[in-house]
Design a protein around this ligand. Structure first.
Ligand code: HEM
Ligand code: HEM
Ligand SMILES: [Fe+2]
Length: 453
């Protein structure tokens, strides 16, 4: 570790890993409820479990991004983080808010209270006081990292990362705006969700991947930077108007069908570019970096993101197709592989790279960590296939043949049983990963500098 304040990342990564464990456990429970629908229905109904699953996902991914920024910015900017104290205050606010959400939703506290009670749209379900806390935490974070970068060296990686992080925080403000007109409400909801995962988060993804490629493959910075700018430009060019693929059936004007179809099809380009970038860097790279597991996660990230977001996204993005597939298990198949490939693997790649350095060890337990990659990714890919088949049958029976929703669901139980099986693999893979990065202790390297840098 070159800079003392990179240590801040460690606490962020730990919190992220705990919430990751919560997220996949909730996923497994949800999958069980799909097979035995009355399980826990009085104590923890499906909608609450689902909210815990998707929100813990968003929160741990964000926590991971914050940690990654605190880890890589000192090295890129060549100076310490502006204020380590503020960074810890920020984490404390996020943890408090998370605990607040879990308690409020699980026990339905303060029902109807505008400040303390539950509110918000899918993925953004937090009481208002928590939303306000998130904004305060985001402001602290932006102030802290921006000051660091402004006083230090500016690189393409920090520029694109900051652009992504500022965009992320500003777009979150739309979570406060919940108009009563349902069409408008949905329209603004996608300003957050779509413009996050298919806009500014892509910038964060590209810059973190670029950083990892720089470290792991040893290619020239100029080459990495050129790719980074191309990816960022194509992501924003396609992603912003690509929001239209969510405006087909919510009451917005008909021209969105064309705008959405055309621009969201172009969204495949940045994901393809990211995959090409990662592989070309590895082929060109001269460095034989000891952290093979971090390289595996990085390549896995770029590849699975291309399939999950690019291929599975394109599959249902043309309005003629989406007319039939909208809101079926096809959507869930895409949602899982896209989130997993792009943002779960990205975070796990960064943790895999950073943890040994943060702990002052050689990259250790490569085998366990790589095994967890194959187990977890195998589970998610299998789940994606199963849900895709279920979705195709559901689309046909329900949307083409006009059968009733619940009758069709009854017929799909075998797929849901297989999804549960895939979920077990994912949970085991997650446990193995957490064990591999945190627990085993091998020889401590001396002196302090690691060959990893
Ligand atoms: C990493 C990037 C991406 C992530 C994390 C992601 C995730 C998701 C999720 C979770 C949903 C479901 C939202 C809901 O609750 O209704 C969704 C919907 C959708 N996504 Fe993506 N997505 C990504 C990229 C893409 C791309 C590149 C395309 C197109 C090429 C795409 C096309 C769609 C479409 C058309 C829908 C609407 C499905 C429906 O009508 O039910 N996505 N996405
Ligand atoms: C143990 C593994 C997992 C299982 C069994 C599982 C299962 C489920 C289930 C049953 C739902 C509810 C679907 C519905 O409302 O009909 C769901 C939603 C969701 N899960 Fe998972 N999940 C798992 C892991 C993950 C992971 C690793 C991610 C992130 C990559 C993820 C992201 C999501 C998202 C984004 C949604 C909302 C999807 C949508 O609206 O279409 N899940 N999951
Ligand atoms: Fe989208």
């Amino acid at each position: 570790m070159k800079y003392e304040t990179q240590k801040i990342a460690y606490a962020y990564f730990l919190v992220a890993l705990i919430l990751f464990a919560v997220q996949v456990t909730m996923g497994l429970l949800l999958a069980w409820v799909y097979i035995y629908p009355n399980t826990l229905s009085e104590i923890l109904p499906f909608n609450i479990l689902r909210m815990l699953h998707t929100n813990s996902l968003v929160v741990w991914l964000l926590t991971g991004f914050f940690g990654a920024a605190y880890f890589l910015i000192p090295e890129e900017a060549e100076r310490e983080i502006h204020s380590p104290t503020l960074a810890h205050v920020q984490l404390a606010i996020l943890v408090l808010g998370t605990a607040g959400v879990v308690l409020t939703y699980t026990f339905n506290l303060f029902e109807g209270n505008w400040l303390l009670g539950k509110e918000g749209r899918e993925f953004l379900e937090q009481p208002k006081w928590v939303k306000a806390g998130i904004v305060v935490a985001a402001l602290i974070f932006l102030y802290n990292v921006t000051m660091t970068v402004l006083k230090g060296r500016k690189t393409a990686i920090t520029n694109i990362l900051l652009l992504g992080l500022w965009g992320l925080a500003l777009l979150f403000l739309f979570a406060f705006y919940n108009p009563s007109n349902l069409s408008l409400d949905k329209q603004y909801w996608w300003y957050v969700i779509h413009l996050w995962v298919e806009g500014v988060w892509e910038l964060i993804m590209a810059s973190i991947l670029a950083y990892l490629m720089l470290k792991l493959t040893g290619v020239d910075r100029e080459v990495v930077e050129k790719w980074l700018y191309i990816i960022a430009a194509t992501a924003l060019f396609s992603g912003i108007l690509g929001t239209g693929h969510h405006y087909y059936w919510i009451g917005t004007p008909g021209y969105w069908q064309w705008i959405g179809s055309i621009f969201s099809s172009l969204e495949v380009i940045p994901f393809f570019a990211m995959m090409s970038f990662a592989f070309i860097m590895v082929w060109k790279g001269r460095r034989d970096h000891p952290n093979k597991a971090a390289l595996l996660w990085s390549l896995g990230c770029a590849t699975l993101a291309f399939f999950g977001a690019g291929v599975w996204g394109f599959m249902h993005t043309l309005h003629g197709v989406n007319y039939y597939s909208h809101g079926t298990q096809i959507t869930a198949a895409h949602g899982h592989l896209a989130f997993y490939g792009a943002y779960v693997c990205l975070n796990l790649a960064m943790f895999t790279y950073a943890m040994p350095i943060l702990k002052g060890r050689d990259p250790y337990n490569q085998v366990l960590n790589m095994a967890s990659f194959w187990l977890m990714s195998g589970g998610v890919v299998f789940m994606t296939f199963v849900l895709t088949f279920a979705g195709a049958i559901q689309t046909h029976l329900q949307r083409v043949m006009g059968e009733f929703y619940m009758d069709v669901q009854d017929g799909l139980w075998l797929f849901y049983a297989m999804r549960f099986g895939a979920g077990i693999a994912v949970v085991l893979g997650a446990c193995l990963y957490i064990y591999a990065v945190l627990v085993p202790r091998r020889e401590i390297i001396e002196p302090a500098g690691t060959p990893a840098e």
